[in-house]
Design a protein around this ligand. Structure first.
Ligand code: CO
Length: 205
């Protein structure tokens, strides 16, 4: 190949390593996709979903975008969610943010150009809604960290109010939405304790 030969060399080495460890590796992956979890994370290159939680190919359904935003007008994200719930029958959706998120930082600063500005609008809204909380932190890094957390919490709330979730819960499906945050500094995940396991009260019959 003419372009990026190193990546192809890496790929060949990876594929043969998998086969050495388990000759059936690719045959089994081809046969069935049955991940138990949907991961909605940031596109940040330092937050590789599978690796962080020690899951192999086939075990984690992954959607990533700038600053792990869930938008009701994002057909990409909604299609992933629909596929995960209706076809793969996933029971746990994990929204995972991370400290040091550039998308969240952008939402703390002056407007940027579209489409990024359009994309981070919901994070600016979170920042406005929680102005007291965020401004109670005296230094900029602490405010940034706090908005990283609040953004995840807001996305969990927003996701749990989407019609597709309401339909699944109304049908008696077991479906949980979790909010986690990853710390680049030590590689550890923290549960923000905002899991939603049933339809929010205003939606319940
Ligand atoms: Co990020």
């Amino acid at each position: 190949m003419r372009h990026l030969p190193q990546l192809f060399a890496n790929n060949r080495a990876w594929a043969s390593r998998q086969i050495r460890q388990n000759p059936e590796f690719f045959a089994r992956l081809c046969a069935i996709q049955a991940p138990r979890y949907l991961w909605i994370g940031c596109a940040d290159s330092r937050v590789p979903a599978n690796e962080i939680v020690g899951l192999a190919p086939g075990e984690l359904f992954v959607h990533r975008n700038v600053a792990n935003v869930v938008r009701s007008d994002d057909f990409n994200g909604l299609a992933v969610l629909q596929y995960a719930i209706e076809i793969l029958h996933i029971r746990d959706v994990i929204i995972c943010g991370h400290y040091g998120c550039g998308g969240v930082q952008a939402a703390l600063g002056a407007p940027v150009s579209d489409p990024l500005e359009h994309w981070i609008k919901p994070i600016r809204a979170v920042r406005r809604r929680h102005a007291d909380d965020i401004d109670s932190h005296t230094d900029a890094p602490a405010r940034w960290r706090r908005l990283c957390e609040l953004n995840v919490m807001a996305q969990v709330q927003g996701l749990s109010r989407l019609p597709i979730l309401a339909a699944a819960w109304a049908a008696g499906r077991c479906l949980n939405v979790h909010g986690w945050i990853y710390d680049l500094k030590d590689g550890l995940l923290r549960d923000l304790d905002v899991s939603v396991t049933r339809a929010p009260p205003e939606q319940a019959a």
